[in-house]
Write a protein that binds this ligand. Sequence first.
Ligand code: ADP
Length: 667
Amino acid sequence: MNEGLQQAEFKLLLIDDDEVDVMTFQRALKKSDLKYSLNICYNAVETLSTIETNTFDCIFLDYLLPGIDGLQLLRKLRDMSINTPVAVMTSQGDEKIAVEMIKNGAFDYFTKNDITPDKISKVVLSAVRLWDAERQRQIAERKIIENNSRLNAILESTRNLIYAFDRNLNLISFNSSFKENLEHLLRENGLVKTDINLRDIPIHEDRKVTLIDNIEKCFLGEQFTVLEQVSFSNDNNKEIPWYETTFNPIINGNGDVTGVAIYSQDVTEKKKIEHDLLQAKNDAIAAAQAKSEFLSNMSHEIRTPMNAIIGLTELLLEEKFEGTNLENIKSIKYSADNLLVIINDILDFSKIEAGKVTFENIDFDLRHRMNELRKTFEHRTKEKGLDFIIDVNSDVPSAIKGDPYRLNQILFNLVGNAIKFTSEGYIKVLVKISQKTDNQINLQFTIRDSGIGIPASQQSKIFESFTQANTDTTRKYGGTGLGLAITKNLVQLQGGDIGIESEVGVGTSFIVNIPYSNGVEANLEKNIQKKEELSDLSSLNILLVEDNIMNQFVAKQFFKKWNNELIIANHGAEAITILRERDDVDLVLMDLQMPEMSGFQAAEIIRGANTVVKNPNIPIIALSADAFLETRRKVIEAGMNDYVTKPFKPEELYSKILKYTQEAAQE
Ligand code: ADP
């Protein structure tokens, strides 16, 4: 016997009208080993009022009571939802009655002859056990009901379709959304059904096959999602909705898949939005590309006539003009130079937007670069009466590896701005090491001015393209608002960063950090350009291949100064004809974009295996308004020796001509 049960005190109720029986029961109970409290009721009325105010572990009920029989009383108790276990006591030979009582919810019976201590204690203990089990079952049942209603609430909380099939493809569960769709479909097909098998659902045969395939796949235990177009209607004019459908195996306690739950979400709207977004994105990309291309083409086109203007002005400046005339020519040159800077900015900007910027990685002399910077801006600072100080910390090595041209561009931009926005005081450029490892050296450039400053609210905005700190900036100082956007991009694309410290009326500092590699001293550009004595090229025959008459004219003027009469070809094919006939040409200056035959094609023919020219190794220098690194690469690939951008700097062109003709002479 269970120890715990034996020690508990049981609350018992005896319902019996016979004094003798009651005494017999009490005596037997006393002799049992139970701890108990006992209430005794002699009739039905007493019983009902007692039971209303007390709870019992077990009720002993005499079948024969005055005015009411045990069966009626039992039913009454059950109607009052009193589920306490009831044991029925009958007289000898009343087994039939006992069976009826048990059918109506009594749990045990015994005859009055059988009232012994042992019998009573057995009945009580099994009643308690039963009662306990019953209570557990009720709790479990309540939990199941709660669970079900929770699940149901979840199922019904969505307009999406939720449904499930068993292994025989019978529909076993669904939410009302699914039900609506299904009913609609059945009605449309004149069907009325309650038990539904997937095979009977009137959907398109292909769709049914796919659905069955997916369900079978899911029965293997795998959860997955598919995107599908599903029609629940036979109306062909209706747009067929898109569904994202997840198949989920239903697994029982033994780990077996007993069904497949399907969750179908209508994603038609989402798909539409996605499609529109994609379309909008593509349109935007196309528009941006068109803009970039337009900017690039335009600036390219503008560079060509600029070339002529700048070249001719430079020539004029070498003549002996004086007074107002000289001032006017200088103004033309100044404006043309400015215009070229803007055009180059736009070109750069469109390159950056198109993600086409590339960087050199070469050894260069930092101090030499800073010297060039000083030379470039010395004049302008002097004119404005500003102190211009460049200070490179002594521990910064001269040999640095990275892109010197982009560094120039960054510093020129920032120093140019500093001068532009400062009317008195100073411009300082400070260079120091911000971090150093065995193979990396991070340099920090600070460009400080005592100019107008930038309000805090504008400081982050000025790095955006086409943005200026004040609306009247353009009117007062000019500019396009592109410089800092380009600068920031060039710094970041090299893995660096740019920051700003500024106070209105006090001045501005731009702080630029760029990671470089340590350079190799021996590789430094040896050409710390001694100003070449630009004088004489009279001994050379130089072929200029150029389709633009203006450019031909400008070039001719320069070369006249160097005592050289250029040979002119209007395009690549003409150049080939000349080189085929003449063996006395020393060098070719080759424009790239030309009608009939481009510079690239001409160079390839000259260098090609089946070349027809007299001297296939003739030095070729490309001349182009296009300043992109890619173009430089293509030039070298086509077999040309070097590259000079238009408008060309006379010294650069001159020294390159000398270099290649001298090299050729030594071979
Ligand atoms: P731009 O100079 O062509 O207008 P930038 O992108 O170079 O374009 O500069 C954007 C704006 O930032 C300038 O218009 C100016 O308002 C502000 N700015 C840049 N540098 C300075 C500076 N050193 N001092 C004061 N304002 C500056």
